[in-house]
Design a protein around this ligand. Sequence first.
Ligand SMILES: C[S@@+](CC[C@H](N)C(=O)[O-])C[C@H]1O[C@@H](n2cnc3c(N)ncnc32)[C@H](O)[C@@H]1O
Length: 430
Amino acid sequence: METLFVDITDVDQLWSRRLRDVPADPAWDVSDEREPRMHRIHAYPAKFPAFIATRAFAYARGHGLNPRRVADVFCGCGTVAHEAQRAGLAFWGCDINPVATLIARTKSARLDPQTLLSYLGSVLRRAERGGERPDLSPAAEERLRRWFQPGQFDALGSLLAAIREETPTDSMYRDAYECMFSAILKACSQWRQRSIKPALHPTKIPSPVLPTFAQHMGRLARALSEEGRPAHRQRPVEIHRANALTVARPERLVSMIISSPPYVTSYEYADLHQLSSLWLGYADDYRDLRAGSIGSAQHSLNLKRSVNQLNRIGNQVVFSLYDQDRRAASAVANYYIDMQAIARRCRELLAPQGIAMFVIGNTKYAGVDIDNASHLAESLLDAGFGRVRAVRRTISNKIATPFRDNSGRFSRTRTGHHVYAHEYVLMAHL
Ligand SMILES: C[S@@+](CC[C@H](N)C(=O)[O-])C[C@H]1O[C@@H](n2cnc3c(N)ncnc32)[C@H](O)[C@@H]1O
């Protein structure tokens, strides 16, 4: 696996060669092992395969680093958190999306499957009686009603109210029930399944609320039973709902960072998780949750004032795009400035000899290569990492064909926008 990495130690080298030519290494493509069930308890856009985390631990050990404390600054649904825990490593992570941290907390909680299921009967009986409702603001209710048939809306309201009555307040069991509630929302609604943009599917037959919820609780219990007793002494797991750019540093430095950054203008996480955020009361207007989200197309920027903050590759990409699409150029500039700050933050979090690993993809927009991987490599070198090692991996996920149709759904035709068939694994060494 090792030999295929290309080493980059200075920005000039990157400028002349870029990462496009680095070799594809099949060792990072797929794993022979089945992914633990826990990673499938809740869908999450751009979740990365769990084996990447275990390969990263092995890479670190191969380089004389024992990764005792691992961090993920974009922890998403907690893939690295869970794998770190399985490997007996301490974990610190953050994500700005409250739905992400709810899933990540649930996946990392030390839940007892029997205790978990002990609340299920009373939750279902209470929900079945109906008539109860969680507190929803009028704005949240109005928005939610667009996505649900009236009967489904009432059934979900009763279920959430029952969860809040029957499970202990502020406990990991309450989190787990709310997480499974969140997991069934799209199936129980008129949301077009598998769409990466919110889209109504008016003729869809939604799944029945209580049987689907019971099924998901069963799945979570099975995932927990599969984990069995931890082979190692349990190490602390910290998950913060916070902006990676401003979150307080962990008390102790970490030896390894493993992360996959958000993409630019691809996924609006706040929009994609609006059903969960509105039901669970994270916001009355889901658009408020776009604030601080890196890669969102919704932030405004004074391009003229900010352009001098961009590094060389950032500048080149943004200016190539500027003539084609100013709005997109501005979104990419915002994203690059944020990612440069992320590189500096990662440097601050790492102990001496530490390694930061990123999985990152490129795209093409209006005919311009948006070379996120080379930009991040430059940002890491600028932030003080001594060398960045790069390899390419092929995305093997069946639905990740490189094209999207106009609604943003993956498509097999060549007419859509070009997205990622490959992505890069970057290993930044201090
Ligand atoms: C590609 S996803 C990470 C997926 C993750 N590796 C997993 O397996 O679930 C990128 C994540 O970055 C998060 N994000 C975006 N802006 C952020 C910010 N300013 N601070 C922290 N997280 C942010 C998004 O909410 C999203 O969960």
